[in-house]
Design a protein around this ligand. Structure first.
Ligand SMILES: *Cc1c(COP(=O)(O)O)cnc(C)c1O
Length: 445
């Protein structure tokens, strides 16, 4: 790891947990330089919902590059952009009866969040924005103010202003509806919470530890926003693009946010791409006011269009995600029941799920053990105490079973010291380059 130690910044994070040099990826598989194969349950923290190098998108992208399609065009109109806008409008917005205009921001999620917060403040003429405990919205200063995590906030070096933080669903226990508290503080002119321009929420908090808000809470939240003339922003950067079993994570609740941010899996190919969707009357921008060199990534337009056409022309894919999500929930519940320590619980919705180990140390041991058996899997939450099962939505049933077998064996080993059965040692049956060498276990140091 010499060069990485010598000249790559200490800011590296995921790389520390998986000290290999990765070189190739396909679908749910990752391969390191030695050709060892891994199953990927990190999946770009929700950026690879359709797997690595999805062959359908790859073909579209190769064709586009081969034909000298526009790679960079600032925000010029391009054919690729037109096709993306048409496809998104026809296949995503219209069938859901959503009337939004789309702003192409800089290509990261945090930039879309910055734009969403700016437009809400500009439209309402109010500074305050309500966000929630354990929320994660990005690391640039405006979005960081909305983020709860003290580790990230502590790096700001400047005040993080303009945000009031309220308890998320479940934060005060299962029986307390925290939207009632929000309603109360917004109704009381002496509550000390300034009337906000907007409330910004994740329907399932990804980095915050796979906290899934209940459908009822989301509906109540929308009602409180409407009652107090406050905009509702759903940050769907991680929960969107199918992760919970529908294109937008808020569909099941039947709510209609005023503003939605999307990024991570939007391009489908892991290419950087972010947008803000907003009700047309909110679009008060003057030309170039929220500027950026990389607003709209043309290669991402191509792969995002292919993703929508292939996976979202009907409801089949969403149903598959729901089916696999139920299987994950069953398996995780069984793991908790059979091997848990009494504190462990499951969380999440759709294929956005996790094991809450309560202790970060325990979660870390489990993911470390899983990695020895060829599973790349990470943690999230305030104490990194939740093991996240964030695999590509396109994963085969067989590999989903294998990966959850590895998780089960890892939990059993860490909590009970039972040896991982032979069949959970890694496999190398169906890859060209990922041949497991004789006697070698993937991930073993
Ligand atoms: C990842 C994430 C962001 C930030 O996106 P970046 O591309 O990392 O800047 C914002 N909001 C949510 C919900 C996220 O999961």
């Amino acid at each position: 790891m010499k060069v990485f130690d010598e000249i790559e910044s200490e800011v590296q994070s995921y790389a520390r947990a998986f000290p290999r040099i990765f070189n190739k990826a396909q679908g749910e598989y990752l391969y390191d330089e030695d050709g060892t194969q891994y199953l990927d349950f990190l999946a770009g923290a929700g950026t690879l919902n359709y797997g690595h190098n999805n062959p359908i998108f790859k073909e579209a992208l190769l064709e586009y590059i081969q034909a000298d399609g526009i790679t960079h065009g600032l925000d010029l109109h391009t054919k690729a952009k037109r096709e993306f806008l048409e496809t998104f409008s026809e296949k995503i917005l219209k069938p859901r009866d959503l009337n939004y205009v789309m702003q192409f921001t800089g290509p990261t999620g945090t930039n879309a969040v910055e734009a969403a917060m700016k437009i809400a403040r500009k439209y309402k003429g109010r500074e305050n924005i309500v966000t929630f405990t354990n929320g994660f919205h990005g690391c640039t200063v405006g979005a960081l103010a909305a983020t709860g995590n003290s580790h990230h906030r502590g790096a700001a070096g400047t005040s993080l202003a303009g945000v009031s933080r309220l308890p998320y669903d479940g934060y005060l226990g299962d029986d307390i509806d925290t939207t009632a508290y929000l309603d109360k503080v917004l109704s009381d002119s002496s509550s000390g919470v300034d009337l906000p321009a907007a409330v910004m929420v994740e329907t399932v908090q990804g980095e915050g530890g796979i906290n899934a808000a209940s459908i009822e809470w989301l509906r109540n939240l929308e009602a409180v926003c409407r009652k107090h003339d406050v905009l509702l922003i759903v940050d769907d950067i991680q929960a969107g693009c199918g992760r919970t079993g529908s294109y937008f994570s808020f569909e099941e609740a039947g709510i209609k946010p005023d503003i939605v941010t999307l990024s991570k899996s939007l391009s489908g190919y892991g290419l950087p791409f972010a947008v803000v969707l907003m009700r047309p009357e909110l679009d008060q921008w003057k030309p170039g006011e929220h500027n950026g060199t990389f607003r709209g990534n043309n290669m991402a337009f191509v792969t995002a269009t292919a993703a929508i056409n292939h996976y979202w022309s009907d409801d089949k894919f969403g149903k598959e995600v729901q089916r696999k999500g139920e299987y994950i929930e069953q398996r995780l519940s069984k793991i908790v029941e059979e091997h848990g320590d009494g504190n462990m619980t499951t969380r999440g919705r759709g294929m956005f799920r996790g094991l809450n180990c309560v202790s970060g140390e325990l979660a870390d041991k489990i993911t470390g053990e899983a990695f020895k058996h060829g599973l790349v899997i990470e943690t999230s939450g305030a104490d990194d105490h939740v093991v996240k099962t964030l695999c590509p939505l396109t994963i085969s049933d067989e590999n989903l079973t294998r990966a959850l077998d590895i998780v089960e064996a890892a939990v059993a080993k860490v909590l009970k010291g039972s040896e991982v059965p032979e069949e959970h040692d890694f496999f190398a049956d169906d890859s060209e380059s990922g041949k497991k060498k004789e006697g070698e276990v993937a991930g073993a140091a």
